[in-house]
Design a binder for this molecule. Structure first.
Ligand code: ATP
Length: 202
């Protein structure tokens, strides 16, 4: 039975925070691979216009190409309308019924998990790994995880990942201000951003 990590995100753009987290979880949980799933039209990112899927897909490919255990899926990008994690996970389950899935997410997102569409079913069909950063106050997270354990009989794993204070928001802002983004993300992604004039008018 294979163990597959699913790393969902807007990846606008993908950066070392995402990559370090995915590799740390893969290593710790002995996963056979991690599939990166760039989000299609996520309902929670309505406030800002997300960069075209083809660019986010290309950047995710460029960032993951050197790791043989990383893959990229277009499962959400090819869907019309809002995309929800439960629909994506149902599809993965159908395609690979003998695999165990580990959904990798930041600790902040885990706090909202019970508000996600069909969260009860989601907790049944996959494992969850909440990535925390050293120094992150985990008291809220602990409370939520205790609640999920009691109410849904589900243990959500936690993993402390080396602190990387990198965010896509900060990278977009830096590009628009003409500042450096070196060493925040893989070089081919940096070059792709400049070549295609992304984030200039962020
Ligand atoms: P934005 O700044 O546009 O909100 P982001 O940098 O948070 O973007 P997303 O694509 O929204 O990136 O994140 C995808 C997943 O990666 C989420 O689960 C998020 O918690 C996690 N993540 C984002 N940045 C980091 C980081 N620096 N270290 C570890 N995990 C991260």
């Amino acid at each position: 039975m294979s163990k597959i990590g699913i790393m969902g995100g807007t990846f606008d753009p993908i950066h070392y925070g995402h990559l370090v987290t995915a590799e740390a979880v893969r290593d710790e949980f002995n996963l056979d691979k991690v599939i990166f799933v760039p989000a299609g039209n996520p309902p929670h990112k309505k406030a800002r216009k997300v960069t075209a899927g083809q660019h986010r897909y290309m950047m995710t490919i460029l960032a993951t190409i050197s790791n043989p255990k990383f893959e990229v899926s277009t499962i959400e990008l090819t869907k019309k309308g809002y995309t929800y994690t439960i629909d994506t996970m149902r599809e993965f389950k159908e395609m690979l019924p003998d695999s165990t899935f580990y959904f990798i997410t930041g600790a902040d997102a885990v706090l909202e998990i019970l508000k996600w569409k069909d969260s009860e079913e989601l907790l049944k069909i996959c494992e969850f790994v909440a990535a925390t950063r050293p120094g992150f106050d985990i008291s809220e997270l602990e409370k939520e995880l205790d609640f999920i354990k009691e109410k849904h009989n589900k243990i959500i794993y936690k993993l402390e990942v080396p602190s990387l204070a990198i965010s896509s928001t900060d990278i977009r802002r830096r590009v628009s201000e003409g500042r450096s983004i070196k060493y925040l993300l893989p070089e081919p992604v940096e070059r792709y951003i400049y070549k295609n004039g992304l984030y200039k008018d962020n």
